[in-house]
Design a protein around this ligand. Sequence first.
Ligand code: IMP
Length: 175
Amino acid sequence: MAESQKIKELISSERIAARITELGAEIAADYSGKELVLVGVLKGSFLFMADLARAIPGHDVLIDFLGLASYGDASNSSGVVQITADLTKPIAGKHVLIVEDIVDTGLTMEYLLENLRTRHPASVRLCSLLHKPERAVKQVQIDYLGFTVPDLFVVGYGLDYAQRYRNLPFIGVLE
Ligand code: IMP
């Protein structure tokens, strides 16, 4: 097994679960009577998507995913984004909620929001588990936000460093 770096817990799994319950209730109320397409951004959102979807029980929800690769090094996005896996169904006329792990510079979400709007959904909003406002280059509106985090590189609960740590049940900081 590779040697593990030490990770300091920043947001516990209990706090994540409690916040997702609140977000789910808010989303269910806002989209009451409407079919909703949750669009998870791979890979970082896979755990958040699984828990958020289960926090909207009894709601008419469709699940889809897309894959994005943003050019840059392990911890910095360049703003040049590539769709590595596209949605499996058209979203024209649908209410779309993007489910993202973290908005850092905002460059990735600015690209995705623009791209999805060209497909003529009825609406498109953004739900992000985390936001790092100190790093913002583009101001993107986050309609549903889990937590604001300081300017530190965070891992766990879906987020990686060089593809590792996604399976941690909490959000932590590499020391
Ligand atoms: P942005 O385009 O700078 O907003 O970055 C978006 C993507 O960079 C996120 O979806 C993450 O995949 C990745 N990212 C940004 N900050 C972090 C971090 O602190 N930990 C892990 N991944 C991050």
